[in-house]
Design a protein around this ligand. Structure first.
Ligand SMILES: [Zn+2]
Length: 396
């Protein structure tokens, strides 16, 4: 067993060298590491940009990783023979032990629900890394578990699971085990992936039985704050953080007027990191999140409103919100997907980032500074959420 494991590790190592001799590497040996810290995450590669390099997935802690190399502030992780990922060094504790069970097998599964959520639980020999995807038409959650080999002979599906329609698995390549969860409703309401000991737990939110704004908990994030002022108005020099908060407060009022419970990540001009915000939101456990920002471009002619999503299953919310905002006469800058913004990353609740208009464009800036316009933005966002809810309600 040990020998084969070693061969597998070396193979990973060589593949990496063959493909990337153009970048300087520290030649470290293959090591085991475990994930640690707040919100560890995997990246596709070494890219660095203003959004922090393209994230693959957040991970739970204490997950065993095979570290095959390092580059600057990242370790390079072997997920499978032909698949590597990067992880910030601060998110890994090296164990100095390069032995891994040659075959990490899946054992018993559970598919069930309690009064709040549905669950798919998968027993594993070790806490392995994973990545999830959302698919639509029909609505599905796909979880790839890296390093796992199927040894599951049946899946008992209990009636207490109300949102899960079907669950099945396939071994898509050696040591990559794919779990597909079909949902009953068209709208994906979010899910989390965590370990309970060595059991992987996918907890799936159900579509609320009665859908109305007054029955929802809506989170609002006003972007930037404190020393992080964001973009600056081209004419007046106003800082984005103030305009984000202003609109967030109008939106809070608007949703409350319609009876919703509202959670604000900030109510004042304070510093709040992306990790802080993500953890606060996780704690608040909202039904959906609206993030408020204003855009800027080096080209002063670029203008307009845009909305953003990361996962296809949450796209519809951002489309409905954008459609309403376009009613304010703003230029349509578009609906942007696969967006690598930190607060679009959590899969736990549908979320939508609104970039209201461009602070770098004179005409947009005039609107941004007008309180009537700000109130109208709040109203249009609320109407967009209402449209989205109405569509979900038609789907039983
Ligand atoms: Zn911003």
């Amino acid at each position: 067993m040990k020998t084969v494991s070693f061969v597998f590790a070396i193979f990973c190592f060589n593949i990496f060298f063959a493909q990337s001799d153009s970048i300087s590497l520290n030649k470290e040996k293959v090591l085991n590491g475990i994930t640690q810290g707040q919100l560890p995450y995997l990246k596709y590669g070494p890219g660095i940009d203003r959004l922090g390099g393209a994230k693959m997935t957040y991970l739970d802690t204490a997950i065993v990783l095979q570290i095959v190399d390092s580059l600057r502030d990242d370790y390079i992780v072997c997920l499978s023979r032909n698949h590597h990922a990067f992880i910030p060094k601060e998110n890994v504790k090296l164990c100095g032990d390069n032995r891994r069970n040659n075959y990490c097998l899946t054992s018993s599964w559970g598919v069930f629900g309690d009064e709040k959520q549905d669950y798919v639980t998968i027993g594993l020999d070790e806490r392995l890394p994973y990545q999830s995807m959302q698919l639509i038409e029909p609505s599905r959650i796909v979880v790839d578990i890296y390093g796992a080999t199927g040894n599951t002979n049946w899946i008992t599906q209990l009636k207490s699971a109300k949102e899960i329609k079907n669950v099945y698995h396939e071994q898509i390549e050696d040591k990559v085990f794919r779990v597909t969860i079909e949902l009953k409703h068209t709208q994906n309401w979010g899910y989390s992936i965590k370990y309970r000991k060595k059991t992987l737990v996918v907890a799936i939110n159900r579509q609320p039985e009665h859908l109305a704004i007054r029955l929802l908990k809506i989170a609002i994030d006003a972007g930037h704050g404190g020393t992080n002022s964001g973009a600056t108005g081209v004419k007046t020099g106003i800082e984005e953080k103030y305009r984000n908060l202003q609109i967030a407060k109008y939106l809070e009022k608007e949703f409350k007027r319609w009876g919703a419970e509202v959670y604000m990540t900030r109510n004042e001009d304070i510093d709040l990191s992306m990790i802080d915000r993500t953890l606060l939101l996780r704690e608040a456990d909202p039904d959906l999140l609206i993030s408020i920002h204003h855009n800027a471009s080096s080209n002063p002619n670029v203008r307009g409103v845009s909305t953003y999503y990361r996962y296809i299953g949450f796209k519809s919310l951002s489309v409905d919100v954008l459609e309403r905002l376009k009613g304010l006469g703003l230029y349509d800058f578009g609906n942007i997907g696969s967006f690598n913004f930190s607060l679009s990353g959590p899969s736990e609740y549908p979320n939508c980032l609104v970039e209201v208009a461009f602070m770098s464009n004179e005409e947009d800036e005039k609107l941004i500074n007008n309180p009537h316009f700000q109130k109208d933005v709040a109203k249009k966002i609320r109407q967009g959420v209402n449209d989205w809810i109405r569509t979900a309600r038609r789907d039983h």
